[in-house]
Design a protein around this ligand. Structure first.
Ligand SMILES: *Cc1c(COP(=O)(O)O)cnc(C)c1O
Length: 375
């Protein structure tokens, strides 16, 4: 995707001046760097960015410029991206199932930390240099996230104990990692995981090198901003309470770091009865909305840049393709006077949006415009 370097004061002003008929992502580097600096200051340990949330080169560059020096990568392509955009940054390869050639690529790229959740996958790593950090990924049946990450990856506490012992036998630095699940608004799952991670380390008789508390930090999706500080405080206190000598903490946020970086602007193609047809949908920038509750940070502006602020009507929202499942699963409350040619702006759309755009039926967001505002 091409990034338009034209600096404009706000998305609304740019839309009014350019009247684009295609959907547009607005990139807010100042907001992204501000969130990056907040994480670096407030999280009690090392902050790594989970690249999959938004692998745009300008995202990596801006976070690196803000001071993020480590990146969580899942594939050789993500390693190459970080090497190109953030030279010297540390790579953590936390995709626990790898082909032999991916193991070789990770080694070649100099990945410093590797996660595992199954014994045969750990054995595949036996040739890595001694002292390499191997983080055993733990899973627990905890609720609280928008969708469950334990459904695919993770070792039970018993399996994790065996894995940790084997990590030490192989001469690696033993760590534990977990992922409470994305958009996790409650601190409670982190506290539970940390207590269990300490128990696993004790039963394995292993002193942990580091404890990686994963991603899952919530972004601002509805009325109240999430309280990240409360989550950071819980993590710090839980680690101090659970370990005699707490290991160094690491986190790997994707969504919470990336979300504020993009606004998605879509245009209304038609309003018919109770349905709105947009020029983007679940095959484009709104792909994740099939799997997660809708956000209420949606604004409407007219083609001349005036905000539509009147009464609202709940409407079905269709995307532009000819596929009947190209609709948002839930209706959205939209201005009753919304009309063809107006724009709907979705704020906080930096995560799991741009990375998932397809070109299905000839649609899909292809344009990114950089915005210079400092708010
Ligand atoms: C996806 C992923 C993340 C980021 O998750 P968010 O919910 O976006 O913070 C972090 N770590 C791993 C291993 C992941 O797979």
């Amino acid at each position: 995707m091409r990034i338009d370097p034209t600096l404009s004061p706000t998305p609304d002003a740019w839309l009014a001046a350019n009247a684009p008929d295609e959907p547009v992502f607005f990139f807010h580097p100042a907001r992204l760097m501000q969130v990056g600096r907040m994480f670096l200051e407030a999280f009690p340990g090392l902050v790594t960015y989970a690249v999959k949330a938004n692998p745009a080169p300008e995202m990596i560059r801006a976070l690196h410029a803000a001071g993020v020096t480590a990146f969580d990568v899942a594939s050789p392509a993500e390693m190459a991206l970080v090497r190109a955009e953030a030279p010297g940054a540390a790579l953590h390869y936390h995709n626990p199932v790898r082909s032999a050639s991916e193991v070789a690529a990770g080694q070649e790229a100099g990945c410093l930390s590797w996660s595992v959740d199954r014994m045969p996958e750990l054995e595949k790593l036996a040739g890595l240099p001694r002292g390499t950090e191997i983080a055993v990924r733990l899973k627990l049946p905890v609720a609280g996230a928008a969708y469950d990450f334990g459904a695919k990856f993770g070792a039970t506490p018993e399996q994790a104990t065996q894995l940790l012992r084997r990590v030490v036998e192989l001469g690696f630095s033993p760590s534990v990692t977990f992922h409470p699940g994305t958009q996790c608004t409650s601190p409670a799952p982190w506290a539970r995981y940390i207590v269990e991670a300490a128990a696993v380390a004790r039963s394995a008789g292993v002193a942990l090198y580091r404890l990686n508390v994963g991603g899952g930090f919530p972004s601002h999706r509805d009325a109240g901003k999430p309280d990240l500080q409360a989550i950071f405080d819980t993590i710090r206190e839980a680690a101090q309470g659970a370990f005699d000598s707490p290991p160094q903490l690491v986190c790997e946020p994707g969504r919470a770091l990336a979300a504020e970086a993009l606004t998605l602007a879509t245009r209304v193609k038609g309003v018919h009865d109770e349905a709105v047809f947009l020029n983007d949908g679940v095959y484009g920038g709104l792909a994740e909305w099939r799997d997660i509750a809708p956000m209420d940070r949606v604004r409407a502006v007219s083609g001349t840049g005036t905000e539509l602020g009147g009464a609202k009507t709940r409407r079905v929202v269709f995307g532009p393709t000819c596929d009947s499942i190209d609709r948002l699963p839930e209706t959205l409350p939209l201005p009753s006077d919304l009309a063809e040619g107006d724009y709907l702006l979705f704020e906080g759309m930096g995560a799991y949006s741009r990375a998932l755009v397809t070109g299905f039926n000839g649609y899909g967001v292809r344009r990114v415009v950089e915005i210079e505002n400092q708010d």
